[in-house]
Design a protein around this ligand. Structure first.
Ligand SMILES: [Zn+2]
Ligand SMILES: [Zn+2]
Ligand SMILES: [Zn+2]
Length: 348
């Protein structure tokens, strides 16, 4: 039997090949059972069973890898003999990269069937790096068949991003005709992803409103205790808006106040302040103690309204904590940056 032609581990194997890999072109590729068994648990089992069967006959073990072109089996074996070739896949012009580019689809199938995890991940990366809307449906089908979850996700992302182009491809039309279940599955996933994205956007928007309300509370406290004239505004734009609202209250027609949107807004902000105010007494924010008193008295008069208000207060408080933490983290970051030169003894 001739020696195997592989580099890497193959170079260090001086013993003659003891396995023959039969490929679709009826060629036989010599290989070493030790290398194959170490690389793939499936091949290890297969070799073990075959060895037992032919034990004592002295013949070489023959394994058939059919269903993919000869070149793909050859490339597969090269990778098994030299896993370090995976590191060369990024380099253009390298032999390993060229082999991967040519046989990525079949290498993914082989690495899935023979459970060679590292090669499977390399194939997924290679296929994902050249994904395009024309072929994405075919790659998606392949990823599903090979349980390649990461590649599947990448395909779904591209389909979601470029659905108009994907819909026009031959592969999509073929899928509609021959696999309506898969088509429905993809459409359902796209719909779910769209809903998730909408929910995330809504949540971000809500969070922004709560953060702004928390900042407004800081400004309100600052206006009522130290006065805006000091110039140390937590947020000058918010301060300006609040001052305008307070000025409006003084000018607004008393009879129309109950139906005035701006007055109502100030009223709600004052109530919100009272709900989060931790000052036991003598708080300088207008109506704070009156609102607190009212809250103590109104035990469950309007449960639905109370619940909504409680939830709002909770969200504003947690937004406040989050922004305090973020501020502290930023300050600590500054301190950390300062540390090297602050620690340095200038006389040394
Ligand atoms: Zn101010
Ligand atoms: Zn008004
Ligand atoms: Zn207060």
């Amino acid at each position: 039997m001739s020696s195997p032609m592989y580099g890497g581990v193959g170079d260090t194997i001086s013993s003659p090949a003891d396995v023959l890999i039969l490929t679709a072109s009826k060629s036989r590729i010599p290989a070493h059972s030790r290398v194959l068994a170490a690389a793939s648990p499936v091949l290890e089992r297969l070799l073990d069973q075959t060895e037992k069967r032919i034990d004592g006959s002295g013949g070489a073990i023959s394994i058939s890898i059919l269903g993919v072109p000869h070149g793909a089996v050859d490339a597969f074996l090269r990778f098994l003999y030299s896993p370090s070739r995976c590191g060369m896949l990024e380099a253009k012009g390298e032999e390993a990269a060229a082999e991967m580019a040519e046989h990525a689809v079949h290498l993914l199938v082989l690495s899935h069937v023979y459970q060679v995890g590292w090669l499977k991940r390399a194939c997924e990366r290679a296929l994902a790096s050249r994904l395009a809307s024309e072929a994405v449906v075919d790659v998606l089908v392949l990823a599903r068949r090979c349980d390649a979850a990461w590649l599947h996700l990448r395909c779904m992302k591209l389909i979601a991003k470029d659905f108009a182009a994907v819909e026009r491809t031959e592969a999509w039309r073929f899928l509609q005709e021959h696999d309506p279940c898969l088509e429905l599955d993809i459409l359902q996933s796209l719909h779910d992803a769209h809903l998730r994205q909408k929910r995330r956007r809504r949540k971000r928007e809500e969070q922004r409103v709560y953060t702004e309300l928390s900042e407004a509370m800081d400004c309100l406290q600052h206006i009522c205790t130290e006065g805006c004239a000091t110039g140390h505004c937590p947020d000058s734009a918010t301060c300006r808006g609040l001052r305008q609202l307070v000025n409006h209250l003084a000018l607004c027609d008393r009879k129309k106040r109950h139906s005035c949107g701006r007055c109502k807004r100030l009223w709600q902000l004052l109530r919100l302040h009272a709900s989060i105010c931790v000052q036991p007494d003598h708080c300088q924010v207008p109506l704070c103690s009156q609102f607190k008193q009212k809250m103590d008295q109104s035990n469950g008069k309007d449960e639905e309204e109370d619940e909504k208000w409680r939830l709002l207060v909770k969200k504003v408080v947690s937004a406040r904590i989050m922004s305090c933490l973020a501020k502290r983290k930023r300050q600590e970051g500054f301190q950390d940056q300062e540390q090297p030169w602050l620690k340095h003894n200038l006389l040394e």
